[in-house]
Design a protein around this ligand. Structure first.
Ligand SMILES: [Zn+2]
Ligand SMILES: [Zn+2]
Ligand SMILES: [Zn+2]
Length: 283
């Protein structure tokens, strides 16, 4: 298992080349944010997982559907300052609007594309509503909390351009863990014109929710982070020093920077996406 310090000091160059693009002051602010968010998640009893293939870890956790699971996948590729910081803010916001005494903040692993089998079809929409609100807060709040608490003014990144919502009524089906029934839902690929307006509306409400209780949310983070800080597995090096750790070049046999868990040469190197983005990487 990779520690937070290893993740921050042994990263490879990312598609957005944040290390070069951001100022040294911004990078220090980013490292401080990651430390604080790491403290908070551990303070609530979770274990942030810094292996680069977070999507895979999340799918494994979902398939296991274990109510005692306390892992939180936070790293989705090599990007530290936009993607890692963005996903950690997202997770902490989930914690703040959910139940931290439970796995996955109390959100059942089969959501949002399935519901427990005993939920009647007529109640699917109502059952998923609180999940959608939580996801919207955890999504729309990323930039608000990042700016307010850490002075992050650069563009953070989450998984996509909009939250992952479970809107009942479309024809998209996704396989769900045992004990759940897949819900035919509106997804953003096949039903973009229905998905986006509903999602954006939820996110407007979520921004108002976060705005109205920013002080209270930060107090709760302070409290959890103080506990987490005391139980750090080791001393973390100064953010000023860590922010000078330049990313390494990617070797062709390295795990791909996108977090797919494939080798670079079998993934983004062939697709050409990273080379287009960042010419230095194709060499
Ligand atoms: Zn980046
Ligand atoms: Zn989420
Ligand atoms: Zn890749």
């Amino acid at each position: 298992m990779i520690t937070v310090v290893e993740a921050l000091t042994t990263h490879r160059i990312c598609p957005c080349d944040c290390f070069a693009v951001l100022s040294p002051e911004d990078r220090v602010a980013g490292i401080r944010a990651v430390y604080d968010l790491d403290d908070a998640l551990r303070g609530w009893g979770y274990t942030p997982l810094y292996d680069v293939h977070g999507d895979l870890l999340w799918k494994q956790a979902q398939a296991k559907n274990d109510p005692t699971y306390r892992g939180v996948a936070v790293r989705f590729g090599e990007c530290i300052y936009r993607r890692l910081a963005g996903s950690m803010l997202h997770e902490v916001l989930h914690a703040l609007s959910g139940d931290v005494t439970q796995a996955n903040y109390g959100v059942l692993f089969g959501l949002p594309y399935g519901v427990p089998e005993d939920v009647p079809p007529s109640e699917e929409e109502a059952f998923l509503a609180p999940f959608n609100d939580g996801e919207a807060r955890a999504w729309a709040g990323v930039w608000m909390l990042g700016q307010h608490r850490y002075g992050i003014s650069w563009d953070l990144r989450t998984a996509r351009d909009i939250g992952t919502y479970g809107f009942v009524g479309g024809n998209a089906l996704v396989s769900v863990p045992k004990g759940f029934r897949p819900v035919a839902h509106i997804d953003r690929q096949h039903h973009a014109e229905r998905y986006y307006p509903r999602g954006r509306k939820l996110e407007a409400q979520a921004r108002a929710w976060v705005e109205a209780r920013m002080g209270e949310l930060c107090e709760r983070i302070d409290e959890a982070a103080a506990r987490g800080h005391k139980s750090r597995p080791r001393q973390y090096p100064d953010p000023e020093r860590v922010a000078t750790a330049a990313p390494r070049k990617i070797g062709r046999n390295d795990p791909c920077v996108c977090g797919s868990a494939k080798k670079f040469k079998q993934c983004c190197a062939v697709r050409g996406t990273l080379a287009d983005y960042h010419p230095a990487m194709s060499r």
